[in-house]
Design a protein around this ligand. Sequence first.
Ligand SMILES: C[S@@+](CC[C@H](N)C(=O)[O-])C[C@H]1O[C@@H](n2cnc3c(N)ncnc32)[C@H](O)[C@@H]1O
Length: 331
Amino acid sequence: MNDRAMRREAFFSGDSPYDVMLRVNLLLHDEAATLVTRRLEALSRRRPDDHVIEILDLACGVPLTIVDAVENLPDRRFGYTGVDIHPDQVRKARELPMPGNVVDSRIINGSAWDLTHLANPARRTQSMRRTRQSEPAERHAQLKRASHGALPTTYDFVFVGMNLHHGTPEEIWLLATQLRSLLAPDGCLTNHDCYRPEGVAYVRRPATTLEDGKRASLHMVNPQVLAEAAPPSFHFEEATESRPAWRADLIDRLLEGYLSAGGDEAGAEVTASHSWARDFPLSVTEMRTVLEAAGYGVEAHRFPEEASLVAPYAAFISAWPHRLAKAGYSD
Ligand SMILES: C[S@@+](CC[C@H](N)C(=O)[O-])C[C@H]1O[C@@H](n2cnc3c(N)ncnc32)[C@H](O)[C@@H]1O
């Protein structure tokens, strides 16, 4: 898995280029926060007033989207669980003051693609290791006990911001499948991310990349675990070249936005090498196919082109277990 490499990833280290992009809303976090607010509002109408709405934020980084959304709903109470693999991001996330209506929060340092890390990683006991092969819900319940009840059993709302574009269709399917067991009965899974334009072929992420002269794995999920889960075959048309024009255009837009916001050349280089090595987004249509195969009904929101330089490559996805999507739960 890419755990070790991603833990050192320069794009997210120290005063990272990503912070500059956040400052100028290059990736439309403000708009994402508005959409999250809308989803949380709809969800809270189906919950008693005193219910604490539990949010799971995978690959949380500095969780601005969720913090903004929760601040928009001062009359509701929230629990917050963030997970991130990069120590610098975890530190910054822990330093970010949570709004007063977040009654309970924790930031876990671990992989967002291995839900066993939702237990306190420092307490990786024998009993946790024994649970690896069990069903996600059962496993999570066992891990919850192992972490002394610190974690919620289910989450009302799961958010993944700007991370799914590192995964393959099969890895995303597995993550979404496992998340179904962690979602409360009418919970919602949401994603704000980079997406490939429709009508251009998929570029499949390679297994490894060269970093500082060394081979680093790009897998988000352990390949053996993925094979055991037997994901469906997704027949997306695949490109023959790894650097087609649309990838160059996406990276040019990121760099132009970053440099015009005051970013420096060194940060631009880090951004370009991060993106070339790790960003292999699906199209929105492909994400819909993957999530439907994992048992969800999907609603997609695209942003107007003029919203930002990167807007043509951004989208917000909401997904509900099929049964609820059919019942019009998206309203
Ligand atoms: C582009 S930032 C997104 C942060 C935030 N979610 C947002 O929407 O702005 C991606 C974050 O994912 C984290 N990350 C990358 N791979 C991860 C993994 N396998 N597990 C957990 N976090 C990961 C990085 O450390 C970084 O903080």
